[in-house]
Ligand binder design. Structure first.
Ligand code: PXL
Length: 290
């Protein structure tokens, strides 16, 4: 019998505590009606922003897992990768995309490696070139502005004009992906908003979307954004509506969380927010970047 649910191969780490990567990706995509098959890149006690974290790298286990999936002739409607346990894994994910993705497969690479101008502590410098090469194989990529700058060999900008945003998106698209998305965008005209921008090479249009900025930062919001974007594109939303659905979910999850005091480690109360994934996009903020 064929599988009634579209299936997503999710190539990310499993962090036991800290609500990021697989512990947010699986519930989000499951709530949106997809089967998620995790291919764990590493197992961690917590995400790497918590001091003293323990990381068990699964690089040497991945080929055996992938070969078993091949022997079972598993098929995926989407392949979605994120945090890698080592730079060597990037080539394995490239081969995975080559072997499992056909022309209709949605391929999403979130080149998770840096934020606020710095590489995450577990990331070796060679991860930058490896992630750049991995991004060449994807249709959709979702770097934040730091990751985009690192991959393009540029300074991390403190401010960008709309014209510059378009040029950055074209430079990312020149690497290969037909739908580059940049998050945490420091748009000069919108300093009061959390803004994302995207380009669709198929129709040549550029998009901006966003929500009012909250006076706080939470871990895992990049993973939450990219998961909703993946699910939204997979369910057939247009690119601007997928951006808005993702921004709406992140913003409402932040608001749900922000109301509580004394939370431990600045992560989103995802379980209180998941039901809002079924809400329609009630306010479409998107604009064409002309
Ligand atoms: O949210 C990105 C992410 C994913 N996985 C791990 C991380 C981070 C960011 O710090 O440490 C293990």
């Amino acid at each position: 019998m064929s599988n009634p649910l579209p299936r997503v191969a999710a190539i990310h780490d499993l962090s036991g505590y800290g609500r990021c990567s697989l512990t947010v990706i699986i519930p989000i995509l499951a709530t949106m009606g997809f089967e998620v098959c995790p291919l764990p890149t590493a197992v961690l006690s917590t995400h790497t922003a918590i001091e003293g974290y323990k990381l068990f790298d699964l690089t040497d286990q991945l080929p055996g897992f992938i070969d078993h999936w091949k022997s079972q002739r598993l098929r995926f409607e989407a392949v979605y990768s994120g945090f890698l346990g080592s730079a060597r894994q990037a080539a394995m994910v490239r081969d995975f995309i080559r072997d499992f993705a056909g022309p209709d497969t949605l391929t999403v690479v979130d080149p998770v490696m840096a934020d606020f101008g710095k590489l995450y502590v577990s990331m070796p410098p060679e991860m930058i070139g490896e992630m750049r090469d991995l991004c060449r194989c994807a249709k959709v990529i979702t770097p934040n502005i730091t990751e985009a700058a690192f991959m393009l060999g540029r300074e991390v900008p403190s401010s960008l004009s709309p014209e510059e945003v378009k040029e950055w998106l074209l430079a990312l698209s020149d690497l290969g992906p037909s739908m580059p998305v940049i998050t945490s965008l420091p748009l000069s005209s919108r300093t009061d908003r959390s803004t994302v921008a995207a380009y669709n090479r198929e129709d040549g249009r550029f998009w901006l979307a966003g929500r009012p900025l909250m006076p706080t930062q939470y871990h895992g919001t990049g993973d939450i954004f990219s998961s909703v974007l993946t699910g939204s594109l997979l369910q057939g939303d247009s690119l601007p509506i997928a951006l808005d659905r993702s921004c709406q979910f992140v913003a409402s999850a932040i608001q749900i969380t922000f109301g509580y005091s004394g939370l431990d480690h600045h992560e989103i109360l995802l379980e209180r927010s998941l039901n809002t994934l079924h809400a329609p996009v009630t306010y479409a903020s998107y604009e064409l970047l002309a």
